[in-house]
Design a binder for this molecule. Structure first.
Ligand code: SF4
Length: 351
C-alpha cells in the first residue's frame, strides 16, 4: 500500500484522527494524490450513505440580523441591503409548493432576527407538520433554550447552527459581541432536546490555518453531528472582510473529503456557496464525499436580498427550477435523487 493509502486508512480507522495526519492530507496538491483522496472519500460515502442524493429545500424567510459577523453580507451594519420578512401565509404557500415538487425536507432559514417571535414560528411549524408529512429543519441562529424547546415540541426535527471555526480565538476575532461558549452551549441544548443537529465551517477565513481546519474536522467527529455544511469563504463588499481573498475551492473539496472519511455517515451538502465561485463546483463536491443538495424555494422577489455572499447561485431561476437541474447533476455522475425525508444516518449504522 502507498504511503498516502496508509495515511488515509489510519485516518479512517482512528477513533479520533490526529491533527498532523489531517494537516498532511490538507496540504496535498499533486493531482494523483487528490484523485486517491477523493476516490477514498467517495467510496466511504457510498458505503455509509448509499448512492442517493438527498434534497433539502431551503426557504430564507427573513434577512434581518442583529449580528455583525465579518464575513456575512446580512450583517446589521450593511445599510445598503433592503431587509424583508416573509408573512406566515406566503411562507406556508412556499412550503406547499416545495411539497408539490416532491421535496420532503424544508429548511426555514433567517438571520438572527430579533423580531422573530418563538410562538409565531412554533405555530407555523405546527401548521406545516399537521398539513404535510415532511421534516422541518430550522436555521435561525442562537436563541434561548426555551425557544428551542417550543419549536421542538411544535414538531421541528432538525437544527443547523454552524460553528464556522472551532478555534475560539479565530471565532472571537470575527464575531464581535458573540460568545463562542454560548454557541457550544446552544449546540449542546439542541442535542439534548432531541434535534438532529447540523454544524459546519467556512474554508478560507482570513487568518485561518490548516491546523484550524484539521481541528474543525476533529470537532465534527467529537460532536457526532448529523449534518455538516462545509463551504468556501466568499468576500462580501459590504462586510468587514470586503476585498479579502476568497476561499480556495481545492481546500474546500479536501475538507469535504476528509470530513467524509472521518465522520463516515454524516449528511454533507455540496453547498450553494460551492456552486457560486468562478463556476459551479457542486458536482466535484458530490464526487468527493457530499450526499446532499439544497434547492432554493425562497419566493423569487426575496432571493436576491438574502445575500450572505455575492454572486449567489440560483437567485434568478424560477422557484422549483433547481429540481430539474439537480436531477441532471445526479444522472451525470451515475447517482439518483433521493426524495425521502432522509433522516440522520446516526444510529442506523454502527461504525
Ligand atoms: S452569519 Fe448569520 S448571524 Fe452572522 S451576520 Fe450573517 S446572518 Fe447574521
Amino acid at each position: 500500500m502507498s504511503k498516502l493509502g496508509k495515511l488515509l486508512k489510519r485516518i479512517y480507522c482512528a477513533v479520533l484522527p490526529k491533527s498532523e495526519d489531517l494537516e498532511e492530507v490538507l496540504s496535498l496538491n499533486a493531482k494523483a494524490d487528490l484523485a486517491k483522496l477523493f476516490f477514498f472519500a467517495d467510496k466511504t460515502r457510498e458505503k455509509f450513505c448509499g448512492n442517493g442524493i438527498v434534497l433539502r429545500g431551503i426557504i430564507e424567510f427573513s434577512n434581518f440580523c442583529q449580528r455583525d459577523c465579518f464575513y456575512c453580507g446580512l450583517n446589521k451594519n450593511n445599510r445598503k441591503l433592503q431587509r424583508y420578512r416573509i408573512s406566515k401565509l406566503k411562507l406556508f404557500n412556499a412550503v406547499k409548493y416545495l411539497v408539490s415538487c416532491g421535496i420532503q425536507t424544508v429548511v426555514l432559514q433567517s438571520g438572527e432576527d430579533l423580531a422573530l417571535d418563538a410562538a409565531w414560528l412554533g405555530d407555523l411549524i405546527k401548521e406545516i407538520k399537521s398539513n404535510f408529512n415532511i421534516a422541518v429543519t430550522l436555521c435561525v441562529g442562537e436563541r434561548k433554550a426555551r425557544d428551542y424547546k417550543i419549536w421542538r415540541l411544535a414538531g421541528a426535527d432538525r437544527y443547523l447552527l454552524k460553528i464556522e471555526t472551532s478555534d475560539e480565538k479565530l471565532y472571537s476575532s470575527m464575531h464581535p459581541r458573540m460568545d463562542f461558549k454560548n454557541r457550544l452551549n446552544c449546540l449542546r441544548v439542541l442535542k439534548e432536546l432531541g434535534y438532529q443537529v447540523g454544524s459546519g465551517n467556512l474554508i478560507g477565513l482570513p487568518g485561518q490555518t490548516l491546523k484550524n481546519i484539521a481541528q474543525d474536522i476533529i470537532f465534527f467527529k467529537r460532536n457526532d453531528f448529523d449534518m455538516i455544511g462545509i463551504g468556501p469563504f466568499i468576500a462580501h463588499k459590504h462586510s468587514q472582510f470586503a476585498g479579502k481573498e476568497n476561499g480556495d475551492v481545492g481546500l474546500v473539496l479536501k475538507t469535504i473529503a476528509l470530513t467524509r472519511i472521518v465522520t463516515k455517515n454524516a449528511h454533507l451538502p455540496a453547498t450553494t456557496a460551492l456552486g457560486s465561485l468562478d463556476r459551479d463546483y457542486r458536482l466535484e463536491g458530490l464526487k468527493c464525499g457530499a450526499n446532499v443538495l439544497m434547492p432554493n424555494f425562497t419566493p423569487q422577489a426575496y432571493r436576491k436580498l438574502y445575500e450572505i455572499y455575492p454572486q449567489k447561485r440560483c437567485v434568478n431561476e424560477p422557484v422549483g427550477a433547481c429540481n430539474f437541474c439537480m436531477d441532471k447533476m445526479a444522472k451525470k455522475i451515475g447517482r439518483f435523487i433521493d426524495y425521502s425525508k432522509a433522516d440522520s444516518f446516526k444510529g442506523r449504522f454502527l461504525i
